[in-house]
Design a binder for this molecule. Structure first.
Ligand code: NAD
Length: 500
């Protein structure tokens, strides 16, 4: 039986795609196709960008206070529909309902931040920058903005982008992951219900065809991207080539450094959630433990015992800790990584490859997997696995741990577990990573701070949300003003003006 087919969202309407290309959206817990999604053509994207361009002048001229009221209503609707959005995210991604609800909440908090638009968009003013001369700066919207998002946070990552862009007076075209399109489409309906004018927010589900059209479109002023590093680099280079403002967030290999003075039960529990929550498919997942000095044996024993107790199954079932991974192809890739770890000499402490989930035999499950004695030349250290595979590397001292983290090309998040303030302070100063946790395993900054990594985890200058999000979605204009008295003498001069 053919499955329901989703739509695009253009100009405030469900819109049929001009393309006949479709992708299947699968429930990873059952392996069954639940719906189909159109893969937008270039012509579809052109129409969406034209709608966003047409809506821009009036939205730009809508006062920030009015925009903020619509965002506030949207926030209320998101809260009222949190369970529905979580259920769509869980169905299409596989994560547990509780975890999905938490990620929807983190997205709602970005909307909550964006509600502050009237305050956030205030510029600066200085009186008497020269004799009788004042200067003020304004933050003005940039026009049509585009966002391209990954599969692993169907609601939250889109919400890192469009609420702030729209609060700043821009219009937006979102290209969500074709694997998890439903949350975005539902959020667009709720935003319309909140009073958002048609054309301000548009959605073009699709693949590279839609992405490439956005990257080269002359009316798209900025590109926000979140996804894997090779694609992030491509997006950054291509969009920059076309003269666009770009923030392009890539993959990760997040290390947790555990010092011998760490409180071990607390640390092992924290690492469990950070490594295996969402089946390891979080850009801030802890995938690598760096065990310092003699802490390793006791730590690995605790991690093993806790990992083996985790309940694996469909994310919509009560009592389940960990759901499946996104696709059969991704499961097979992770199994390949585990095999490479074994063949390259790492010690496989817990093997999740042969897990059986009764009643869900066709789901894409892998059990929690733990490796010890991993070294930096192994593939399981060098590559982002993006699955429930945790690796432990042993180092002699804190110095070596810092060197290891700083030598890794990825630099999204990291954490230290210790009871020493001095060690924690040194770590936060010397570590070359964008987001740092001190006894906090997944240091995802709140919406009023900015989210972003360094090095191969982010191409571009500005991070997402917080004030960096506001700066990304606005241009600064500085106005210098003088109101001369009519009695003033002619001050014309050919000399470079200096105001002092
Ligand atoms: P992905 O790079 O495969 O896809 C991301 C988006 O890019 C999707 O919308 C996809 O349709 C599009 N895309 C894929 N290939 C493309 C191509 N060749 N040309 C143009 N567009 C293309 O990533 P994913 O598998 O959906 O998500 C997982 C990745 O995202 C992981 O690497 C994870 O670390 C990363 N991620 C990073 C962050 C962060 O904040 N740094 C957050 C979430 C996820």
């Amino acid at each position: 039986m053919s499955k329901p087919t989703l739509h695009l969202w253009i100009n405030g309407q469900r819109t049929k795609s001009l393309s006949d290309r479709l992708a299947e959206v699968t429930n990873p817990a059952t392996g069954a196709v639940v719906r189909q999604v159109p893969l937008a053509s270039s012509a579809d994207v052109e129409i969406a960008v034209a709608a966003a361009k047409a809506a821009f002048p009036s939205w730009r001229d809508t006062t920030p206070l009015r925009r903020s009221r619509i965002l506030n209503k949207f926030r209320e609707l998101l809260e009222a529909h949190r369970d529905e959005l979580a259920s769509l995210a869980s169905e299409e991604h596989g994560k547990t309902l509780e975890d999905a609800a938490g990620s929807v909440q983190r997205g709602i908090e970005v909307v909550e931040f964006a509600v502050g638009a009237p305050h956030l968009l205030k510029g600066e003013h200085a009186e008497n920058v020269g004799r009788g001369v004042d200067c003020h700066s304004m933050l003005q919207p940039i026009g049509v903005c585009a966002g391209i998002t990954p599969f692993n946070f169907p609601a939250m990552v889109p919400m890192w982008m469009f609420p702030i862009s729209i609060a700043c007076g821009n219009t937006f075209v979102l290209k969500p992951s074709e694997k998890v399109p439903s949350c975005s489409l539902r959020m667009a309906e709720l935003f319309k219900e909140a009073g958002l004018p048609d054309g301000v927010f548009n959605i073009v589900p699709g693949d590279k065809v839609a992405v490439d059209t956005l990257l080269s479109h002359p009316d798209v002023r900025s590109i926000s991207f979140v996804g894997s590093t090779p694609v992030a680099k491509y997006i950054y280079e291509t969009a920059a080539h076309y003269g666009k403002r770009v923030q392009s967030l890539g993959g990760a290999k997040n290390h947790a450094v555990v010092l011998p003075d760490a409180e071990l039960d607390f640390t092992a529990d924290a690492i469990m959630g950070a490594a295996y929550g969402s089946a390891g498919e979080r850009c801030m997942a802890i995938s690598t433990v760096v065990a310092v000095g003699d802490v390793a044996d006791a730590l690995v024993a605790k991690l093993k015992s806790k990992a083996e107790k985790l309940a694996v199954g469909p994310g919509n079932k009560k009592g389940i800790d960990m759901g499946p991974v996104i696709s059969a192809q991704h499961r097979d890739k992770i199994i390949g990584f585990i095999a490479s770890g074994v063949s390259q000499g790492a010690k496989l402490v817990t093997d999740g490859r042969n897990i059986k989930v009764p009643g869900n035999e066709n789901g894409f499950f892998i059990g929690p997997t733990l490796f010890d004695n991993v070294s930096t030349d192994m593939t399981i250290y060098k590559e982002e696995i993006f699955g429930p595979v945790l690796i432990v590397l042993r180092v002699a001292n804190f110095e070596d741990a810092i060197t290891m983290v700083n030598s890794n090309p990825y630099a999204n998040g990291t954490a230290i577990f210790t009871s020493s303030g001095a060690a924690a302070r040194r770590f936060q100063n010397e570590i070359e990573v964008g987001m740092v946790g001190i006894n906090v395993p997944i240091p995802v900054p709140m919406a009023f701070f900015s989210f972003g990594g360094w090095k191969s985890s982010l191409f571009g200058d500005l991070h997402m949300h917080g004030m960096e999000g506001v700066y990304f979605y606005t241009r600064t204009k500085a106005v210098t003003t003088r109101w001369p008295e009519l009695t003033e003498k002619n001050t014309s001069t050919l000399v470079m003006p200096t105001l002092g």
